[in-house]
Design a protein around this ligand. Structure first.
Ligand code: HEC
Length: 197
């Protein structure tokens, strides 16, 4: 076999999946940041693909959160989480304990979990699933260095960036560096006012 066909074959193998993936991309018309209704419509189109992407993690929090209460009216741009469009979900424990409405000094009970899923939209209007973040309240004294919160980040393919009480805690240490600014309300930022339900 001459070298050329082999190289051609190799190229084909490399480009084919890319072409297939390209076809699957959700593409929308955009003109600057998405207005809330458009962001919501886009989320409804992409959330299935987001869940499919996160699924290999087999993470019980990630499996469960789409059925939890959502606290935002539409996805909002979060520049602190990579300039992605984000949603906030809280489990029943966190919702009951007043997530989004904490008075200074109040803290969440152990087992409270808050999730932020995200997607990106490129300048050309291509929509991609993006990282998912969560915080889980641990038992008092379990991890004082992070306010007894566990911080976890996963990539859109379900692989873990890090877990403050598991693998690669150093890769998610930056979470608390920022969240500690909200120490008086249990390290929770909630979400931009205009998007609160
Ligand atoms: C530079 C600051 C900053 C960093 C770093 C950061 N966050 Fe946040 N986080 C915020 C802000 C601000 C919000 C409120 C929503 C918004 O505007 O994005 C928030 C909201 C959240 C929420 C919703 C719960 C709440 O009300 O606070 C979760 C979950 C979360 N972040 C997880 C993480 C994780 C996990 C990491 C690290 C991988 C991380 N964050 C890194 C600033 C930050």
């Amino acid at each position: 076999m001459s070298r050329l066909p082999l190289a051609a074959l190799f190229c084909l193998a490399l480009t084919l999946p890319a072409v297939a993936a390209e076809k699957e991309h959700l593409r929308i018309k955009i003109d600057g940041p998405l207005p809330p209704a458009k962001a919501e419509e886009t989320y409804n189109k992409i959330k299935r693909a987001m869940a499919d992407g996160y699924a290999p993690a087999k993470d019980p929090v990630i499996k469960a959160y789409p059925r939890w209460r959502r606290f935002n009216t539409a996805p909002y741009l979060s520049d602190t989480h990579g300039n992605r469009y984000a949603n906030n979900f809280a489990n029943a424990k966190a919702a009951k304990a007043g997530y989004g409405n904490l008075k200074p000094g109040q803290v969440m009970p152990p087992g409270a979990v808050v999730v932020k899923d995200t997607f990106t939209v490129t300048k050309k209007g291509e929509v991609f699933p993006a990282a998912v973040f969560y915080m889980e309240k641990l038992a008092p004294g379990r991890n004082p260095a992070t306010g007894d919160w566990r911080f976890v980040q996963l990539l859109p393919d379900g692989s873990y960036i890090g877990d403050t009480i598991g693998d690669s805690p150093e890769d998610v240490a930056f979470c608390f560096t920022c969240h500690k600014a909200m120490a008086k309300v249990d390290f929770l930022f909630f979400l931009p006012e205009a998007y609160r339900k």
